[in-house]
Design a binder for this molecule. Structure first.
Ligand code: G3I
Length: 385
């Protein structure tokens, strides 16, 4: 740990100690034996800016060390897969609540918020939703799915990605003037109104939940323009939408800082909040949220790719620092910044080392850079330090 970072940690540790001390001696003890090695967690460093989250289907299959890292660093968890339509509702009338219930209870017991992901998507959604159904029947199935799921966790889940990735890829100048909706089974069954319906059903089931539209690559180019067209239509049609999730699957090859800065302002101008919902920065690897077979089993999740060099880790740390500087600049609009996975071992792009803890749960340079970005902000986040 550099001298500067050590001083920074010292100051935040003091602040955090007096903060946790109010919660009682147990909280202080937890800090001493943490997987963080006693240094303050990101959630504490950023507590006056926004929530800091992680994604995973915990606690089952996670080690004590991993769960310790979650408790130390994050104050919101997104289930990575277990609440998606396919896993949780594989057939009509068949629900698999065991993992989601365990996740929600684990978080509730630790006062960690949960952000639900995702109610309506074109992927990981079984065919029964659409099979032999006319418009009225598919609408009934959609409503039943959302009402049951959101209703079960009413008051326990803080917000939901109501619709995920509805906008198509590969836009151009023409499509940027339209919503350019993906040709999904939902569009084919219900038309573009499926989005408004989903938001209304979610709001009816839990009027206090924060409701989000979530997508990747919407910060720039034609997809950003299409997102504005879509969001304006949803607002005009009275969809109870609170925010936009910019997923944030970026790479050291592609960190569109200026575009992100403008996109957050554009969404705020519509009266919406913003969250960075699936943040990861691959080392010279793939960006975007498209799920593909990838190099290796589990879409690249298993095994290690070429180990990152010191220079790679520094480039990644710089990228994260610049991103957090922009998020922090918009802290009045940004509600939450969630990493997509806990560690490089847990990442869907693990071979590209995209997260802030390495495969052995050790803090990477990116972690310290994110702390620095908050405590000693770079006056010009568009350039590396
Ligand atoms: O759980 C099963 C296991 O039982 C089975 O043996 C194994 C065989 O392949 O598959 C396991 O499920 C896999 C699951 O991840 C859990 O590891 C699925 O095949 C695999 O498709 C699934 O991938 C997930 C992907 O979404 C699916 O589209 C990734 O983990 C998850 O990180 C990824 O997350 C998405 C967000 O939801 C939306 N935005 C993009 C992001 C990345 O693609």
């Amino acid at each position: 740990m550099s001298g500067r970072i050590a001083t920074v940690f010292g100051c935040v540790a003091l602040a955090c100690l007096s903060w946790t001390a109010r919660g009682g001696p147990d909280d202080v003890k937890k800090g001493e034996k943490s997987g963080n090695g006693g240094v303050p967690g990101l959630k504490d460093v950023y507590k006056d800016s926004f929530r800091i989250g992680t994604a995973g289907d915990l606690p089952r299959g996670y080690s004590d060390e991993e769960l310790g890292l979650v408790e130390e660093n994050f104050n919101v968890v997104t289930p990575e897969n277990c609440m998606k339509p396919g896993p949780i509702h594989p057939e009509e009338g068949t629900w698999r609540f065991e993992r989601p219930d365990a996740l929600v209870q684990w978080c509730l017991d630790r006062q960690i918020a949960v952000h639900g992901h995702t109610l309506v998507w074109h992927a990981q959604t079984n065919d029964w939703f659409f099979r032999d159904g006319d418009k009225a029947e598919v609408t009934r199935r959609l409503k039943e799915h959302i009402s049951t799921l959101v209703g079960r966790y009413k008051g326990k889940i803080r917000g939901w990605d109501v619709v995920n990735e509805a906008i198509g890829d590969g836009g151009n100048a023409q499509t940027s003037e339209t919503e350019h909706l993906r040709n999904s089974p939902w569009v084919r069954a219900l038309g573009p109104e499926f989005l408004t319906l989903a938001f209304k059903f979610a709001h009816e089931a839990d009027p206090d939940a924060r409701l989000y539209y979530n997508d990747y690559n919407i910060e720039a180019g034609p997809k950003h323009a299409s997102s504005l067209v879509l969001l304006k239509r949803l607002i005009k049609d009275g969809a109870p939408i609170h925010g936009v999730g910019i997923q944030g699957h970026w790479s050291t090859n592609n960190v569109p800082i200026e575009a992100i800065d403008r996109a957050i302002a554009d969404y705020a101008a519509l009266g919406l909040k913003v969250s960075i919902t699936e943040l990861d920065v691959t080392i010279r690897g793939t960006s975007g949220g498209q799920f593909g077979p990838g190099p290796g089993p589990g879409g690249g999740r298993a095994g290690g790719g070429t180990p990152p060099s010191e220079q790679d880790l520094k480039a990644q740390a710089d990228a994260y620092a610049r991103l957090f500087a922009v998020f922090n600049k918009h802290k009045d609009v940004v509600e939450r910044v969630t990493f997509w996975g806990l560690s490089d071992r847990r990442s869907w792009r693990s071979r590209q080392h995209p997260l802030i803890f390495d495969a052995n749960n050790r803090r990477k340079p990116a972690y310290d850079a994110i702390v620095e970005a908050k405590l000693h902000p770079n006056p010009d986040p568009s350039t590396p330090r």
